[in-house]
Design a protein around this ligand. Structure first.
Ligand code: EPZ
Length: 433
């Protein structure tokens, strides 16, 4: 049964929230975990749909996957019997392409269905394939599958045309047990790239320079067991920062790495939000009306594309004219029409959203077009006057753990109810009125 969120807006968020592990790091780490025949224990795993899908895919090819609790999993890849991941098991997630790098790196052979994921624009994987070929693999795309195989993989010098997160992680996976040395130039520097490198190193890989644009990988003959805790999710943390600011609240966001949030904190501070950093927490509060600014999404340490819809929502409620330029994905403004239905004044010209700040938003029935846009619309609903219902929340559930519960714990009036259940709507309204 499809669910939707129902929200009564206008309540400032207050209190403490704990951020889960990083989804996009976890996807790479879970793929990497099958590269050893020893047992690996991974902790701080976010309990979200994308993660469960990749775990099922890993189990489907024969790996032993033992869920110790919602956030901890034990994986043993010694029992893998198959290197084919079909469409049904991974069509819903983008991170399935990491199984290509992991299986190719371990078995010199992988057949993985072309990835799905959020519809945020055309999402080529030419850089991944170019890199596999540079390492000595033959790569063909046939009947919706990517088939890669190699007699043996040999290290090489790979220059990425774009600093792709996915390609950088995939090259680390495919090359960490290759013969000799691989160098990735123009590598992505995102925190989750570093986390996957750290995990691979904890299994005995030799990867240096992750977090800079030049990563050097010396192939090792085998990887071994490890126990590893995934970093906190930068984007989930950023989303709660924006929710705190937009509702004029006061929220302590715990289990974060403040350095990873600087690209967001700096912009929030610039428009008038108070952001106080602690060792592993940030306190975000806001009392006054905020100012306009210019944002351009860029690879890390630039402003993240995954925070673009959320900051645009905040700017829609800030004084003056702001611009938000999306430079990574061409189709990431699909939430704008929904925000406009709530009273926002936003015009999109090419890859730039021109935002005229309005005094407030009003509740409406809207639909989440993708993961981050969906989260941004929840923030809009939390601010809006009256009731908002948001459907297609399966997108949000792909990447945010217990989103509505965490918001509710901060005082928000939000509930998950079945779509088309008028009685549930009335019950919610009675409860909160
Ligand atoms: C990752 O996607 C994330 N997904 C995305 O998160 C995130 O938006 C994106 O990185 C940017 O930070 C996962 O980690 C599973 P890219 P990815 O390769 O790896 C172009 C979310 O909401 N490109 O860094 O697919 C590409 O078109 C999601 O959690 C090529 O041209 O992104 C884009 O313009 C959505 N050829 C740019 O590079 C390639 O071979 C960056 O893409 C690969 C990418």
């Amino acid at each position: 049964m499809e669910n939707q969120y129902i929200i009564k807006g206008g309540i400032p968020l207050r209190g403490e929230v704990t951020i889960s592990g990083a989804k996009n790091a976890a996807l790479g780490i879970l793929a990497a975990a099958i590269m050893t025949n020893d047992t690996v224990v991974i902790d701080n795993l976010p309990d979200v749909r994308d993660i469960n899908v990749i775990l099922e895919a890993i189990q489907g090819i024969g790996a032993i996957v033992e869920r110790i609790d919602a956030h901890t999993v034990k994986i043993n890849g010694s029992t893998i019997t198959d290197v084919t991941i079909d469409y049904d098991s991974v069509r819903k997630i983008r991170g399935s392409y990491y199984l290509l790098g992991a299986l190719l790196g371990k078995y010199n052979k992988a057949n993985v269905s072309l990835p799905g994921g959020c519809d945020i624009g055309s999402r080529p994987i030419d850089q991944h394939l170019k890199a596999f070929r540079a390492l000595g693999a033959t790569v063909n795309i046939e009947y919706g599958m990517i088939n890669a195989s190699a007699e043996k993989l040999t290290g090489n010098h790979i220059y990425l045309d774009v600093a792709s997160v996915g390609a950088t992680i995939n090259i680390m996976l495919a090359s960490c047990m290759a013969d000799g040395r691989t160098v990735i130039e123009n590598a992505a520097k995102e925190p989750h790239v570093v986390d996957v490198a750290n995990f691979l190193n904890s299994m005995g890989a030799n990867i240096k320079g992750a977090g800079t644009d030049k990563i050097r990988i010396s192939g090792v003959t085998k990887l071994h067991s490890s126990e590893y805790s995934i970093i906190p999710d930068q984007i989930e943390a950023g989303t709660f920062m924006i929710a705190a600011a937009a509702t004029k609240g006061d929220v302590l966001i715990k289990n974060v790495i403040p350095r990873h949030l600087e690209c967001i904190s700096v912009k929030l501070t610039e428009i008038g939000v108070n952001v106080e950093e602690f060792d592993d927490a940030v306190l975000v509060s806001c009392k006054n009306r905020l100012f306009h600014t210019q944002i351009k999404t860029l690879p890390y340490p630039g402003f993240p594309t995954d925070m673009q819809p959320q900051i645009a929502t905040l700017l829609a409620l800030s004084d003056g004219t702001s611009t938000v330029t999306e430079s990574l994905f061409e189709n990431r403004f699909k939430y704008v029409d929904e925000l406009s239905r709530m009273g926002a004044s936003i015009k999109v010209e090419g890859n730039i959203a021109i935002i005229e700040g309005v005094e407030g938003l009003t509740g409406a029935s809207i639909s989440a077009p993708d993961l981050r846009a969906g989260a941004a619309l929840v923030v809009a609903g939390l601010v809006a006057d009256g009731y908002t219902t948001i459907d297609s929340i399966r997108y949000i559930e792909r990447g945010y753990e217990n989103f509505e519960e965490k918001m509710a714990s901060l005082g928000a009036s939000i509930e998950k109810i079945p779509v088309d259940d008028e009685r549930a709507v009335q019950k919610f309204k009675l409860k909160v009125s």
